[in-house]
Design a protein around this ligand. Structure first.
Ligand code: LLP
Length: 422
């Protein structure tokens, strides 16, 4: 278990706060984030980079906001000196509202709208990553129209298999992301000659939850080789954005070694003498969050035993969407795991299943459980499916907790809708 969460007298705590106290005050389901664990995760990455790279070449760490874009979390990241990788106008506004310096904001994604682009230019963000020829045209046209220079990088699709879940693989030739090197070369040459366009370099991101360093090696080698070719052709190259993707331990998988990752950067990227950008998401927040939930019913059939929780796939969709495995722990853990339960939510789909045949102690209705490693792509992917209000979010620090998002109230949501008076 991550150090931000502790078992004290058999009771699960977050930064010294008993989870039952949070459940009593805020209700369930509720996301709980340990700020000390965030600190530790960020420091873990920074120190690996410090060990591998000279002080003058430390990377810009742009936290991938899609993993968790709560203002409290983003503000905490800003305080740790991080920038942000955003993929929508909404995330850009969140990052800025949280105090992240636009000079440290990178804008990625295949479908930026005109509004997104203009907003990014007016905010003078660090870099827009270009994913297609028509997008380059659009960015160039808007930049010239409003007279603000667009700092851009081209996203390379290196055709590398990230060896992760198909739905989160982004660097294969047949994925919608980025451009092949041979398609970037003429666009790059053309873009450097355009007014109001400043071409900074390349970006690459091959997928998420990578557990092996080999795909990174392959992607970084290909990126470096292409970068060298551009420089040899007399083109400017000042930055390389290496994306995110570092995996964490959910079950028994091996997490990639950060020193090994940093060494790859030293070996393959440092010699190019460019600014290095990283876009980690999951690595920084994944193990710092849990979803606190209560058992509503124990339901027994002739073949199975179900734990029906008050959290559902609308609160945490990863198991339903990717068959993702999340550890589930009783908040009070004082018995052996000698029962097998199917752990399900209340949503009306069989996919609303967190775990099948999970070994847990004998439990009762009302018991509090924690679904672990839910800090990344947990709340940020939640929905109101089945008219379920979005859960609360809480942050802990040194024995204290603060609500960083109120639980939604269905009545407030109804106010956003209108019955047409035909
Ligand atoms: N940069 C870009 C351009 C990305 O598309 C992503 C994630 C990241 C950085 C951050 O990747 P990370 O370091 O978190 O692996 N919802 C899925 C994960 C989707 C990842 C999408 N892109 C999940 O729950 O597993």
């Amino acid at each position: 278990m991550a150090a931000g969460f502790q078992t004290i007298d058999q009771i699960l705590h977050a930064d010294g706060v008993a989870l039952a106290r949070i459940a009593d005050t805020c209700g369930t389901p509720c996301y709980v984030y340990s700020s000390s664990q965030l600190d530790q995760n960020v420091e873990g990455l920074k120190s690996a980079m410090r060990r591998a790279l000279p002080a003058s070449d430390q990377p810009l760490i742009a936290f991938a906001c899609k993993a968790n874009s709560n203002l409290g979390i983003l503000h905490h990241m800003a305080g740790l000196g991080l920038g942000a990788d955003v993929v929508s106008g909404g995330e850009m506004i969140r990052a800025q509202a949280a105090g992240i310096d636009p000079a440290r904001i990178i804008f990625s994604g295949v479908g930026k709208t005109d509004e997104d682009i203009e907003q990014a230019l007016r905010a003078h963000i660090a870099q827009i990553n270009i994913e297609s020829a028509p997008e380059l045209e659009r960015v160039t046209a808007i930049a010239q129209h409003i007279g603000i220079t667009a700092r851009i990088a081209f996203r390379l699709n290196p055709d590398v298999d990230a060896q992760t879940h198909a739905k989160i693989t982004t660097g294969k030739e047949d994925n919608k992301f980025g451009l092949a090197a041979q398609d970037i070369a003429p666009l790059y040459r053309h873009a450097v000659q355009r007014r109001f366009v400043d071409v900074l370099g390349l970006s690459v991101h091959i997928g998420s939850q990578l557990t092996s360093l080999e795909p990174f090696r392959e992607a970084f080698s290909k990126t470096a080789a292409f970068a060298r070719q551009l420089v040899a052709d007399g083109l400017p190259l000042r930055s390389l954005d290496l994306g995110g993707g570092l995996g964490i331990v959910y079950d028994r998988e091996q997490a990639p070694c950060l020193d090994g990752y940093a060494s790859l950067i030293r070996e393959l990227i440092l010699p190019l003498g460019v600014k290095i950008i990283l876009e980690p998401g999951r690595l920084l927040v994944g193990n710092a969050g849990l979803l606190l939930t209560r058992v509503t019913y124990i339901k027994k059939t002739s073949t199975r035993q179900y734990l029906v929780l008050d959290a559902g796939m609308n609160d945490l969709v990863r198991p339903a969407l990717y068959d993702a495995w999340h550890e589930i722990r009783p908040v009070v853990d004082n018995a052996t795991n000698n029962e097998l339960y199917d752990v399900v939510g209340p949503v009306c789909e069989t996919g609303d299943t967190f775990a099948r045949d999970r070994a847990l102690p004998p439990l009762q209705a009302g018991t509090l459980l924690a679904i672990m490693n839910a800090g990344a792509y947990g709340f940020s992917m939640s929905s109101r499916y089945n008219a379920r209000p979005l859960p609360a979010e809480v942050m802990t620090r040194n024995g204290h907790f603060r609500v960083i998002r109120q639980r939604e109230n269905v009545r407030d949501i109804l106010k956003e809708e209108t019955i047409p008076a035909w």
